[in-house]
Write a protein that binds this ligand. Structure first.
Ligand code: ADP
Ligand code: MG
Length: 585
């Protein structure tokens, strides 16, 4: 039996358990996309490769198996690099497949010729141009395996244009990698456990800590460590702080969660245990003034190169989060009730004291949220929205204040239910992530027979603009999505109509309009209407309440976008420490 090169790629992806392929077709990958559908995988045609690549990364995070991204040669591949970089920095698995020039035209200035394999090297863990069609299944297996083994990340496989329609005998390209129980699919990553001596040292350190703090990162979420973590935290009464995407691994309303006093908890703890989280900018590099200079670090990570970055770990526990947490929990020296007493004191320090320390002009979020007069603040917007969010809702959020404030105002109750700009601080991920999350929600519903989880994408107006055309994708696939654009006329914030009138009079907009300003009062809701979705414009709390309630209840029937105009001066609450405000800009 003869099959085409396109089919070989499609079958190889299927063999490796890939379920979703996001991309944009064109020469030479049209037949590959068709073959992908023929073997029973889902192909999601997007409007820009960047969003397709973001979606593939998000699927990797949500499912633990890489999403794939199929792009054309040259510019198509270059557009996808943003998503590869984002996945690499977030430690999420994904596989990019890029069409490229025919083998016999290489280095001749072929159509869209580009050094794709070399380019992708910096954006991936593994990149290859198969030397023959027969070897494609092996290369795809290696790409998928590499993307999920060790620290997850992106991988790249090239599709020479002349492979696509060439035919090979099926027998010639049967996979030669060892057959495994699951057919030819690469097995799940081998479990890895930490050195027992280090486990004992960590348990002792936690036991002796006066003010221990557990930091739950997105590595804990990715590795599905929720049960093990919860057991350890509850059995030993350990206070914990989730990172932005670590939110929900243990519910935000858990009594041991110290998010409300994040800065206090970090600066007061004497032992911090990082679980799938890095001491990078998001964790303030583990250094003073955000931490006590004598703080002891216990770090759990799958990647040995991560240990001792910025601050030396007192104990480095290298292994898979759930397995390592089990090891710690089972360590007998750790089973001490004394810790309860110490933690209570620490809790008092974190949760009761800080309010006295706040400067007088500081207004607490609750007070900001309860002021519902128009124009609305971020806090008021989220206060309205959160009443209608089911606990299993998947939240996507990006933008500066839009994202930061949503993180504190919108609770997560389940792991992997919040996706945001992440470690790379990428703006423009929103709709790509939302499309991935909506598909995942529909698929989960099909598997469980339950109604699909709601997916809500909350973006600033500037963040929305990076990938707004993906609304067409959302409508075309009839995805159960509610988008909320929190609109303040600009990046950070912009100006009002009067301001723009004055600037237009000046006749030199490029020279006089502040770079952060976008057009005032853009009607973003009309964009989704153009594609068959439902649009709402809101300026008051009553409008927003009515619109959001309607949109979330109808999201399975029709996708919607709510454009909510907010106060141009709305900002984050005053921070207790001045460097918190500075570091945001
Ligand atoms: P956050 O942004 O939540 O702080 P980071 O992305 O900085 O999280 O850190 C995630 C860490 O989790 C990475 O260092 C990564 O190597 C690690 N990680 C990923 N998968 C696993 C796993 N299965 N077990 C342990 N650590 C993991
Ligand atoms: Mg804005």
């Amino acid at each position: 039996q003869e099959i085409s090169g396109a089919e070989v790629y499609a079958r190889a992806l299927k063999d490796q358990g890939i379920e979703y392929v996001f991309g944009i077709v064109g020469v030479p990958v049209i037949e590959v996309a068709m073959a992908i559908q023929q073997v029973g995988l889902k192909f999601i045609g997007m409007r820009n490769e960047q969003s397709a690549a973001y979606a593939a990364g998000a699927i990797g995070y949500l499912t633990g198996r890489p999403g794939a991204c199929l792009v054309v040669s040259g510019p198509g591949l270059v557009h996808a690099l943003g998503g590869m970089a984002n996945a690499m920095v977030n430690c999420w698995p994904m596989v990019v497949l890029g069409g490229s020039s025919d083998e016999d035209q290489q280095e001749m200035g072929a159509f869209q010729e580009f050094p794709q394999v070399e380019t992708c090297r910096l954006y991936s863990k593994f990149t290859a141009r198969p030397s023959s069609i027969a070897i494609v299944p092996e290369i795809v297996e290696k790409a998928v395996r590499t993307s999920i083994y060790g620290r997850p990340g992106a991988c790249y496989v090239d599709i020479p244009g002349n492979f696509v329609n060439a035919s090979v005998r099926l027998g010639d390209c049967s996979p030669v990698y060892p057959p495994i129980d699951s057919g030819s699919m690469c097995p799940a990553p081998p479990r890895s456990l930490a050195d027992p001596n280090s486990i004992a040292a960590a348990a002792k350190m936690l036991h002796e800590a006066k003010r221990p703090l557990i930091v739950v990162g997105k590595g804990a979420a990715y590795s599905r460590g929720e049960q093990e973590l919860r057991r350890m935290i509850e059995d030993h009464n350990l206070p914990f702080l989730p990172t932005p995407m670590g939110k929900g691994v243990i519910p935000d309303d858990h009594e041991l969660c110290v998010s409300a006093a994040r800065s206090r908890a970090l600066s007061n703890c004497d032992v911090v245990m990082l679980i799938g989280a890095r001491l990078n900018w998001q964790m303030h590099f583990g250094r003073p003034p955000r931490y006590n200079k004598n703080v002891k670090v216990i770090q759990v990570d799958i990647c040995p190169e991560e240990f001792h970055n910025n601050v030396e770990s007192s104990v480095a526990l290298c292994g898979n989060v759930p397995d390592v947490i089990n090891q710690v929990s089972n360590c007998s020296s750790f089973l001490c009730k004394m810790i309860n007493y110490k933690v209570k004191i620490f809790f008092k320090l974190c949760l009761n004291q800080p309010h006295n320390f706040l400067e007088q002009k500081t207004i607490l979020p609750q007070a900001l949220a309860s002021n519902k007069s128009a124009p609305l603040s971020y806090y008021a917007v989220y206060d309205v929205i959160q009443q209608y969010l089911p606990q299993d809702c998947i939240i996507i959020s990006e933008g500066a204040n839009t994202m930061d404030i949503s993180r504190t105002m919108i609770p997560n109750y389940l792991p992997r239910h919040r996706l945001d700009a992440g470690t790379f601080g990428t703006m423009g991920v929103g709709l790509g992530f939302a499309i991935a999350a909506s598909l995942y929600s529909l698929e989960t519903a099909k598997k469980t027979g339950k109604p699909p989880q709601k997916v809500v994408c909350i973006q600033g107006d500037s963040a929305f603009g990076f990938s707004g055309m993906e609304l067409e994708t959302v409508c075309r696939y009839n995805l159960p999505l509610v988008c909320v654009v929190v609109n303040n006329n600009g990046i950070y914030a912009g100006g009002n109509r009067e301001f723009w009138e004055a600037i237009k009079m000046s006749g030199d907009i490029p020279n006089s309009a502040p770079p952060t300003f976008l057009s005032p009062e853009c009607r973003y809701e009309k964009l989704i209407e153009a594609f068959g979705g439902e649009g709402h414009l809101c300026a008051t709390a009553e409008d927003l309440d009515k619109s959001f309630k309607r949109c979330i209840s109808r999201s399975n029937e029709q996708a919607s976008l709510i454009n909510v105009m907010i106060d141009l001066t709305s900002d984050r609450k005053e921070q207790e420490f001045s460097w918190l405000t500075r570091s945001k800009m």
